[in-house]
Design a binder for this molecule. Structure first.
Ligand code: GAL
Ligand code: ZN
Length: 666
């Protein structure tokens, strides 16, 4: 079990390093991440490398038993790179290159940048391969922005399309370029879309895939070198939860495990988002992950957030452990006195003194080591899976479909797909049920329940797989906008929900979007959905064929049509939700019905504000209970179980204090 901090020895005089390392050791830390922005310090001029300072820092740390993850430094290019090779700076839509001096300014197809990236990666890898302190690598930093519109990217985009489609006829067919006379007759005529809300949606979808691929290819250049030179080290990258730009399933294929940067918004009940992100971060590789950065104090680039309160950092830590984190670093060790992140506070303040936040981190590390043995080899084993589909994320960015918009969709801010995933995921979170976020197309046979909300891009084989999943006994949930588009973003020529019509026993002849302020009242037809919920935003006019109607619309013009249905198909069941609903209660009731149908029983039913997750291994189950609130909570738990943090046995009710954490061995 690794726990520690992101550390920047280059920000401080050498005379301070030993003090830092000793304080880290005293806190129980055994890992740091280093050097991910220190390119110019390691390669002060092209081809001349200087790793002496890093050797020294590593040896100071290693003396205190602290290991290191090294970052390839390509997320922030030295000034000399930009000066010698101006084409490495990304070009913006207006044809201006990005002004050097922030970070993430590079073009991913510039040959010079790729070669420079490979060279520094190779020099570092060869130099540090045998260093006993080094255990792993982080590629770059937070892959994603900016998109580049230079000629080189344009050529690479055209090449990518050629490799994907083979012929122009295929491109024209896949994009439906007979619309508005957009047929392309030479590869050179293919442009880069300037406006995601006005250009051909199929072209835009491919552009987003291409952009993601550019990041993946750039990382691949580095991982090939790292694997060759440092076969004993792991390779990871710091992902960003639900950040939409890069397909993290693809990016993680080259990694040993995923890591992510968790900056939960401090203040009140916002405990949910980090839980959802953690499930995705576990999902991208189907295994445990690391936290590479996590809030260690008030943070911001200009203004900053409130301070984590006593116990808050610790409960954020164990929330991630409960979702599968095996390694954990706080960002950052000490608040920097210089630069744009002066107020992105660390465990230590500007004064470098070990105060409350340091002490809390040390206590947390101690607790983590205490449960380390029990945690080793355990992971979250979910019986429910939810799809997470980048194609649908992107397709909804391109055409948001409903709400918060003019009909070009340009004002839509949040992503409809991500919102849909979270609506259901959040209800599962409230119910204390673990869920894996998985890539569509993956094997589903291990799951009793699959939720595929807003699965807008639905290639036929995927629809077939879902239909078979139900036929063979699975419980499936889909909802509005399911199966509208094929793999290249063309609308299917079928009555919705297309190939899933039999699994759901319905047909949808018409559908609509409901503007803000417009909603439809509904009427329950089952005790399972006892409320009168308001349908908002999106509305399918569902004709039940074989399905049972669980909820019907009340409005005169929707008589006889269903809002929510349930259908027996083969040995399984298909639930279809034709609208978004205003009330959390709708999702809570619905999820209760889904769990019942799928015969999934949570270990405990947590009270509001308490989260329950479980990790399992050969030696049993570890139940994590986390109080995300600032009031004590009582949780009904199995009695006579040991709380690994206190060593005490449980009674039938467990008391959790403010931000309290318990880990019960079941
Ligand atoms: C992260 C990034 C870190 C640091 C932090 C605070 O996204 O990876 O390098 O910049 O944010 O801004
Ligand atoms: Zn470019």
């Amino acid at each position: 079990m690794y726990v520690g901090v992101d550390y920047y020895p280059e920000h401080w005089p050498k005379t301070r390093w030993a003090t830092d390392a000793k304080l880290m050791k005293a806190a129980g830390f055994n890992v740091v991440r280093l050097a991910e922005f220190a390119w110019v310090k390691m390669e002060p001029e092209e081809g001349r490398f200087d790793f002496r300072w890093l050797d020294e820092a590593l040896s100071v740390l290693h003396k205190q038993g602290i290991s290191a993850i090294l970052g390839t430094p390509t997320a922030a290019m030295p000034a000399w790179v930009a000066r010698k090779y101006p084409e490495t700076l990304a070009m913006q839509l207006d044809g201006q290159r990005i002004t050097w001096g922030v970070r993430k300014n590079n073009c991913f197809s510039a040959g010079a940048y790729r070669l420079l990236s490979q060279r520094i990666t190779k020099a570092m890898a060869q130099h540090f391969a045998a260093n006993p302190a080094v255990i792993g690598w982080q590629t770059d930093n937070e892959f994603g922005s900016p998109q580049c519109y230079c000629d080189n990217c344009k050529g690479t985009w055209q090449d990518w399309l050629k490799a994907k489609y083979g012929s122009l006829d295929e491109v024209n067919r896949a994009w439906g370029t007979h619309f508005w006379g957009h047929k392309v007759q030479t590869w050179g005529e293919i442009h880069m879309p300037a406006d995601m809300h006005a250009h051909n949606p199929s072209l835009c979808l491919d552009w987003k895939r291409f952009w993601s691929w550019q990041n993946v290819r750039f990382q691949h250049d580095q991982t090939v070198i790292l694997r060759r030179e440092c076969p004993r080290h792991f390779i990871t990258h710091n992902l960003m939860g639900f950040a939409p730009d890069v397909n993290y399933f693809d990016l993680s294929a080259d990694l040993d495990h995923a890591s992510w940067d968790n900056y939960p918004s401090l203040g009140g009940a916002e405990a949910y988002d980090p839980a959802a992100s953690a499930d995705l971060m576990r999902g991208v590789k189907g295994k445990n992950f690391w936290i590479m950065e996590q809030t260690a104090g008030p943070h911001g680039w200009g203004s900053y957030t409130r301070n984590p309160r006593p116990g808050e950092m610790r409960k954020q830590f164990f929330q991630q452990v409960g979702h599968g984190a095996d390694g954990f670093l706080w960002f950052r060790w000490r608040s920097c006195t210089v630069g744009r992140e002066q107020y992105w506070h660390g465990l230590l303040g500007h004064d470098g003194k070990a105060f409350r936040r340091y002490r809390e981190a040390a206590q947390t590390a101690k607790d983590f080591h205490k449960v380390g043995k029990e945690l080793a080899g355990t992971t979250v084993k979910a019986e429910a899976a939810m799809f997470y589909d980048y194609d649908s994320v992107w397709a909804f960015d391109i055409q948001p479909a409903y709400n918060g918009w003019n009909f070009f969709g340009a004002n839509a801010s949040a992503n409809r797909y991500q919102e849909a995933v979270k609506r259901y995921h959040r209800a599962l979170f409230r119910a204390g049920v673990n869920v894996d976020l998985v890539r569509p197309g993956q094997d589903l046979s291990g799951y009793k329940l699959v939720l595929a909300p807003h699965q807008y891009v639905m290639p036929d084989p995927l629809a077939q797989q879902l239909s078979d999943y139900v036929r063979q006994g699975g419980v499936l949930l889909c909802d509005s906008r399911t199966g509208v588009k094929d793999a290249t973003g063309l609308c299917h020529e079928r009555t919705l929900p297309g190939l899933l019509s039999r699994a759901f026993g319905i047909r949808i002849e018409e559908y609509e979007a409901l503007h803000e302020g417009v909603s439809y009242a509904t009427q329950s037809k089952t005790s399972g959905l006892p409320g009168a919920y308001q349908a908002v935003q999106t509305c399918d006019w569902i004709t039940p064929e074989k399905a049972e109607t669980l909820l019907a619309y009340k409005d005169w013009h929707l008589k006889g049509l269903a809002a929510v249905t349930q259908n027996k198909f083969g040995r399984g069941q298909g639930f279809y939700v034709g609208a978004n609903f205003q009330e959390d209660a709708f999702y809570d009731h619905l999820v209760a019905g889904l769990l019942k149908a799928a015969r999934i029983q949570p270990l405990v039913v947590p009270p509001a504000g308490v989260e329950a997750t479980a990790r399992q291994g050969a030696n049993g189950t570890l139940l994590f209970l986390i109080n995300h609130t600032e009031e004590p909570k009582a949780v009904k738990v199995p009695a006579g179980k040991v709380d690994l943090l206190t060593g005490k046995k449980t009674a039938a009710t467990l008391q959790l204090g403010i931000y309290g954490v318990a880990i019960l061995k079941i």
